[in-house]
Ligand binder design. Structure first.
Ligand SMILES: Cc1ncc(C[n+]2csc(CCOP(=O)(O)OP(=O)(O)O)c2C)c(N)n1
Ligand SMILES: [Mg+2]
Length: 636
């Protein structure tokens, strides 16, 4: 039995039939398709989508934004669901490259279907075609290769019979997932083929919970038992694996403190006695103090990026060892760790049983409690500041944290907010803190908020966005109005790049080129006044500005009552920032310079870099050499 469909129709038909299951819970994998049509997809995928109204199509404003929305949707769904993105050829396609990189770096599944140049070739060069003098097998879609976990070009309609199952394998693999790109030549999309009926049958992809090697698990338990100052680092994998409850019990029972990466923030409730808060460059005083002397680090579901390891300076105990629990072997082996290549939930359960009633030493217990109290007081201090106007970003974060409901979600990505939120946000739900800090991509915020709300319309979504990010990509406000998907947007207007301005000052460059000012002898003129509320209102959003703490409280309450997307603009102080707490980030400073400030920054840099470490395997016992006659026997 076969069905005669165009290649594009067959793709949509196939995608509709795919489900995933974990722990026996099954759900449809694709929630629909986001897209912008052009000549490269309108007659192929566009026609197929029109013919399949049960596979919803959402018209977006910018292709990069649609990939961000798809990634946010998938992240919110713990990677058990995602969205498809369709674009035309040329600029529509390359606009998606940034989104693909974000998804792949964050290990989040998205399926991208850029249109491609004719497979038939006779009419080349077609509109928007990149001509190569060396090959006719190159198009702009080759740009997706390094940022995709699976990449393919479909030059014949029957190729999807083998390409789509591969795409699904990668998308649903916790270890391999990321962007999957299938480049679809414009002519092939419309070609018909007799597809076997079996291809369209309902198919369930099981997301397995891999178990660790029993010998390594035993060894890990021994390492934990013999440790005096263990520390858990919880990454995004804890949340994706739905291991937060198990982690909470594990931490309570053993007393091991837990520090969180951006991806792992929310793994523990902020009030949990073992919660040390944020880890690394944007970490808390508690977590970073515990990291310095830790003798054993149990890194769960984290890539151990430079922000987490403070550029490899966070762990200074000469005897520190690592146990890494990760579904991806690549991550499990980082820092010469004892690798438990396995699912977080499964492994925590097994480790918990292996440790039975073991607990951290009493003195360590008290130290954790003391550090936690000191950090809590610091957060209270920052929340209670009444600075300005313009307000300090820290007190605005405080007002939001005390105003929002525990299940509300904040969405953010770039600027000075990620650092402040990582430190200061008291998370009360595993999905409450949605941050892209793998790619830290300006412009993710509004589009990402849309994806989060699409994944769970029952929750309030707060998009926190800097003025720089807003100016880069806020147009999906229109999409949110079109789809009646309400976002609560809070725009922090500090007239430029406070984050990079601060960094520029730290490297001796005095904030050069980081403020939004008119050109007058350089970019040093008056601040460019931008009426963000008018801008948002012109798109159709409910928009209001606030300058004082009280005005902001009222504005947030008003905005919440609206049924359509709202934008609350609050002016914040460019120069007032939350400090760092015992941490460092490696940003190399010019080795030679005419500027005294740069030379001083370079001298400090040379000192700081000395703390960066390499990690080598823990000393291993030598195996007994096998006697010569035994070798002979074995060969015999
Ligand atoms: C797409 C992109 N371009 C550039 C950067 C580098 N960058 C990081 S933060 C930042 C400034 C962000 O400005 P804003 O959103 O106003 O936040 P603020 O720093 O003022 O808090 C820049 C340019 C980035 N992260 N992403
Ligand atoms: Mg700014």
């Amino acid at each position: 039995m076969t069905r005669r469909l165009t290649m594009a129709q067959a793709i949509i038909q196939f995608l509709k039939s795919q489900s995933v299951a974990r722990d026996g819970r099954e759900q449809t994998f694709f929630g629909g398709c986001l897209g912008i049509f052009g000549h490269g997809n309108v007659a192929g995928i566009g026609q197929a989508l029109q013919q399949n109204p049960d596979f919803p199509y959402y018209l977006f404003r910018n292709e990069q934004a649609m990939v961000h929305a798809a990634a946010a949707f998938a992240k919110m769904s713990n990677r058990l669901r995602t969205l498809v993105c369709t674009s035309s050829i040329g600029p529509g396609a390359t606009n998606m490259v940034t989104g693909a990189a974000l998804a792949t770096i964050n290990r989040i599944p998205v399926l991208l279907l850029p249109g491609d140049i004719f497979a038939r070739r006779n009419v080349a060069p077609v509109l928007q075609q990149l001509e190569s003098t060396a090959s006719q097998d190159v198009s702009v879609n080759d740009c997706f290769r390094p940022v995709s976990r699976y990449w393919d070009r479909i030059n014949r309609p029957e190729q999807i019979l083998t390409a789509l199952p591969e795409a699904m394998r990668v998308l649903t693999s916790p270890a391999e997932t990321g962007a999957v790109t299938l480049a679809l030549p414009q002519d092939v999309q419309t070609e018909a083929y007799d597809y076997p009926e079996e291809f369209f049958e309902h198919r369930v992809w099981t997301v397995a919970r891999a178990r660790a090697d029993s010998g390594l698990l035993k060894q890990a338990a021994e390492w934990i038992r013999s440790s005096q100052r263990p520390l858990i680092i919880a990454g995004g994998g804890v949340i994706y694996s739905e291991a937060t409850g198990e982690l909470s019990r594990f931490a309570s029972r053993t007393g091991i403190p837990v520090a969180e990466t951006h991806g792992g923030k929310g793994s523990l409730h902020a009030d949990h006695p073992q919660s040390a808060g944020a880890m690394g460059v944007t970490g808390t005083s508690a977590a970073n103090r515990l990291a310095v002397d830790a003798d054993l680090v149990i890194a769960i579901g984290t890539r151990l990026s430079d922000f987490t390891t403070a550029s490899k300076t966070a762990f200074q105990n000469p005897a520190v060892r690592f146990v890494n629990i990760n579904v991806a072997e690549f991550d499990a082996f980082k820092h010469a760790a004892l690798p438990l290549t396995a699912d977080a939930l499964q492994t925590l359960e097994e480790l918990g049983s292996a440790l039975s009633s073991w607990q951290v030493p009493q003195t360590y217990h008290f130290e954790i409690a003391r550090l936690r109290t000191a950090w809590d007081q610091e957060v209270d201090r920052i929340y209670a500041r009444r600075h300005g106007p313009p307000l300090s970003q820290g007190e605005v974060v405080g007002l939001l944290n005390t105003t929002l409901e525990p299940r509300d979600i904040i969405v953010n990505a770039a600027g000075s907010l990620p650092g402040d939120l990582h430190k200061l946000w008291r998370t009360r739900d595993p999905k409450g803190y949605h941050m892209d800090y793998g790619y830290s991509c300006m412009g993710y915020e509004v589009a990402g908020g849309l994806g989060v709300k699409m994944a769970d319309p029952s929750r309030e979504v707060y998009v926190l966005v800097g003025d720089g990010s807003y100016l880069m990509m806020a147009q999906e406000i229109v999409t949110s109005l079109q789809e009646k998907i309400k976002l609560n947007i809070v725009l922090f207007d500090n007239h430029g790049f406070s984050s990079i301005g601060g960094l520029s000052r730290a490297v001796g460059s005095g904030g050069f080129g980081t403020e939004y000012r008119y050109r007058e002898e350089g970019l040093t003129g008056p601040v460019i006044p931008i009426d963000f509320a008018a801008n948002a209102a012109s798109l159709g959003a409910y928009a209001v500005s606030a300058r004082t703490y009280e005005q902001l409280g009222t504005a947030l309450a008003d905005a919440k009552k609206q049924t359509r997307t709202s934008v609350v603009v609050v002016e914040t102080d460019y120069n007032d920032r939350v400090p760092g707490y015992h941490s460092w980030w490696d940003v190399p400073v010019a080795e030679v310079s005419e500027s005294q400030a740069v030379r001083e920054a370079r001298a400090a840099y040379i000192e700081a870099i000395k703390k960066e470490r390499y990690f080598w395997p823990a000393p291993q016992e030598k195996a007994e050499p096998v006697a010569a006659e035994q070798v002979q026997l074995a060969k015999g």
